[in-house]
Ligand binder design. Structure first.
Ligand code: SAH
Ligand code: SF4
Ligand code: F3S
Length: 450
């Protein structure tokens, strides 16, 4: 494909390779960008060697995420030397954070496009073709508004919808507020319209996205909140399920929990990161709640929402975290029994408050604590999953299983992955499955009778 001919048709130029890192929101931004490019005539290819435009949508949340992108970019140096007509772009959070420093470190990069500019991607690429390299687009005030065009989605039955962008919380360790800017919520009518159009294209499950979704509505006219948004989606016909991430304990009100308990479409699953079980560390993290508050909130939610599954994130090795602090996190995990947890080693981010503290927990200790929590959670997940043995669960069928091509895969309302035997025509349907076998991550079963 990468011929050395000097004559390219527009069609040949319009091939794009895209790789995305980071959170769900970043993945959705990538989908939306690809949709825009497709509408502009681009074809998506799955090999770098077949593309004239190579884009990375990047993440800055931990050093490791950035290192990965820089190493990918470094690997493209030879390609760019051989084929200078290839356009290499860095989008998203790392683009926003590092800006033109990326051109300095990686001069073969042509485009740096921040988190609020990707709707202008087709035009920016054209600018590079016509006027040359090193185009920087990291305007912070730009309000992102992307019409959902081509249906570039990995799965026809599920879709993510961004309901708010940015974060105002400034947890002391976190780069997100700096790279994603201030919170901006979309209106309920905008969101509903997008959901309706997805549903009329066959979508059955919607996951609403926001870095701090419990503060949805802040800044909108009227007194709207997440509960109002969820209620508004309840009457979208043919929509089976609604999910929302990520919840913040300090902003998750009891009112919202009560509203969720009344709504049939909202799934019994919340992802509400605790980050630590130690009040001292939570204070240093500026999370705005104590371990006791978090525990009570979970009890309240479990009382009101039967079969609720709770997922969490934890950071180990935050500056000054002692063995005692860590044991309080262990205790919290033991007591609350999360369905699943993401565990991260603390990574200092320049510009954040915590970066002013000494990163004094040795990497060795971070690794140990990380491993301990992973093992503990694995044990708990397995024990919890065993409770579902012989029970009937409702599953939204997503399609063929990736690990076992003869079988289908789907998810319960609690977000467990379920593998079972069935015909492909079940994709997109709700079925009942009797669970026969479990691991810590997956449930296996068979179609229930009746
Ligand atoms: N908005 C979400 C998620 C933000 S990033 C929330 O508030 O929960 C996802 C997770 O990455 C966080 O929950 C946190 O556990 C982790 N994280 C963020 N910054 C980090 C850092 N500097 N080092 C290690 N983990 C971090
Ligand atoms: Fe980061 Fe805290 Fe905002 Fe989550 S709530 S994105 S952890 S600052
Ligand atoms: Fe990473 Fe940006 Fe998401 S920093 S976690 S991709 S908001």
């Amino acid at each position: 494909m990468m011929s050395s001919s000097h004559f390219f048709t527009d069609r040949e130029y319009k091939t794009v390779f895209f790789e995305t890192f980071g959170c769900q929101m970043n993945k959705l931004d990538a989908e939306l960008s690809l949709g825009l490019l497709q509408e502009d005539g681009y074809r998506i290819v799955d090999k770098v060697e077949d593309a004239y435009v190579v884009l990375f949508n990047t993440c800055s949340v931990r050093q490791h995420a950035e290192d990965k992108v820089y190493s990918h970019l470094g690997a493209l140096k030879t390609l760019k030397k051989k084929h200078p007509e290839v356009i290499i772009g860095v989008l998203g959070c790392m683009a926003q954070k590092d800006g033109k420093a990326i051109f300095k470190r990686m001069p073969h990069v042509d485009l740096v496009c921040g988190t609020r500019m990707f709707s202008r991607l087709p035009e920016l690429i054209l600018t590079i073709r016509n006027h040359g390299s090193h185009v920087l687009a990291v305007d912070e005030d730009q309000v992102v508004s992307v019409k959902r065009v081509a249906a570039y989605r990995p799965n026809a039955y599920q879709a993510f919808v961004t309901v708010m962008r940015g974060c105002d919380n400034f947890c002391s360790y976190c780069i997100v507020p700096y790279v994603r800017g201030r919170e901006i919520s979309r209106t309920i009518s905008d969101i509903k319209e997008e959901v309706q159009s997805l549903v009329s294209n066959g979508c059955k499950e919607i996951t609403l996205l926001g870095q701090n979704i419990n503060s949805y509505g802040k800044g909108l006219p009227g007194n709207v909140n997440l509960g109002d948004l969820l209620s508004a989606l309840e009457d979208v016909d043919a929509l089976d399920r609604v999910r929302f991430v990520t919840s913040h304990p300090a902003d998750m009100s009891r009112d919202i929990i009560r509203t969720i308990s009344r709504l049939k479409k909202v799934c019994e699953h919340i992802h509400m990161p605790a980050q630590s079980g130690s009040d001292r560390v939570l204070g240093l993290m500026r999370r705005g709640y104590t371990s006791g508050y978090y525990r009570e909130l979970i009890s309240f939610a479990r009382e009101h929402i039967p079969h609720l599954a709770v997922a969490s994130d934890f950071i180990v090795g935050f500056p000054g975290e002692t063995e005692e602090d860590f044991q309080e996190t262990v205790q919290m995990m033991e007591d609350i029994r999360f369905q699943n947890c993401f565990i991260f080693k603390y990574s200092p981010r320049t510009g954040t408050k915590a970066a002013e503290l000494i990163d004094d927990v040795a990497d060795e200790v971070k690794r140990e604590r990380n491993l301990k929590l992973l093992e503990l959670q694995k044990r708990i997940s397995l024990e919890e999953n065993k409770k579902v043995l012989d029970k009937k669960v409702q599953v939204l069928v997503e399609g063929g299983s990736k690990s076992d091509p003869g079988k289908l895969s789907g998810r319960t309302r609690q977000n467990h992955i379920v593998i079972f035997r069935g015909t492909p025509d079940l994709a997109g349907k709700l079925v009942n499955i009797t669970i026969q076998e479990v691991t810590d991550l997956t449930l296996f079963g068979k179609l229930a009778k009746g």
